[in-house]
Design a protein around this ligand. Sequence first.
Ligand SMILES: C=C(O[C@@H]1C=C(C(=O)O)C=C[C@H]1O)C(=O)O
Length: 365
Amino acid sequence: MSDEAQLKALRNRIDSIDEKIMELISERAACAQTVAHVKQKSLPEGTKPVFYRPEREAWVLKHIMELNKGPLDNEEMARLFREIMSACLALEEPLRVAYLGPEGTFTQAAAIKHFGHSVISVPMAAIDEIFREVAAGAVQFGVVPVENSTEGAINHTLDSFLEHDMVICGEVELRIHHHLLIGENTKTDKISRVYSHAQSLAQCRKWLDAHYPNVERVAVSSNADAARRVKGEWNSAAIAGDMACELYGLSKIAEKIEDRPDNSTRFLIIGSQSVPPTGDDKTSIIVSMRNKPGALHSLLQPFHTNGIDLSRIETRPSRSGKWTYVFFIDFFGHHADPLIKDVLEKINDESVALKVLGSYPKAVL
Ligand SMILES: C=C(O[C@@H]1C=C(C(=O)O)C=C[C@H]1O)C(=O)O
């Protein structure tokens, strides 16, 4: 068979596979619609069911990854299913999700990675506004950055948890690649100012010291805001990611300039619904202890005794007295697990205050 004939035959095969995939996706979507009716049917009139089930979505993605035999890798396959589920859920109910804007931020990229493209994403100007928007019920969920592998905790987020009663229902991890971007009006050798978010400037500090030591570094509210500014400004560059670069039509003059190649940010999904166990969960708590010797030891002891792995511990001023602190602790397990229940009871006995922020499936993607 000639190459041309072989290509034609293969394309015919792809066409007929696509038709089957489309039929199957439609069948799946119709099932999701029926799921919505079943969820609604068992509830009293006027009560709204919980359509979004993060524990079920985590299971679906993991199941697909277990079954996958290639040639697409597990992550790629799961991403396709992430989008299919996103579209199916939107048929039941389109979710509204607030994120740290403006458009083009890494937080928006995290929201899309977690929920897929079929949600209505709503940009907010500040982290605190996301908490307030969720608390007011204007959106079902919010996405906030909580820690970066290079720069550590995002204190605004931690402090907002002290002020609002919010449930954590998920986490997302995103590899953060920064680029140096310029608009049409700026020449590469005429850059006198670099705009970015303070965290991003810090994540690229060594690169900037080596390549642009005398350029003024200006911290702005987000990398997307930096990208938006340089679009119309002369002699200025922005440090931002791919989404902002595309959105504002900028050119990349240097790629992946973050000092650490594994630079990642972890984001939390906040809402009001608590999530049942999946068998592979994390829990976040806030604890304040009496200011006495051995307080930190008695806080950590129950985790050690019950063999529970901590993934993070962070300290912040409590805001209720000078030199008093609260601990933010993340660990593996669900607050409904007997071992975790026991840990929480022991901590509760020793602490001034304990707040379980939520248990949620460990990030799948
Ligand atoms: C279909 C359901 O509703 C939503 C859509 C899902 C899907 O498309 O697989 C999974 C969980 C829910 O977020 C369900 O609860 O099973």
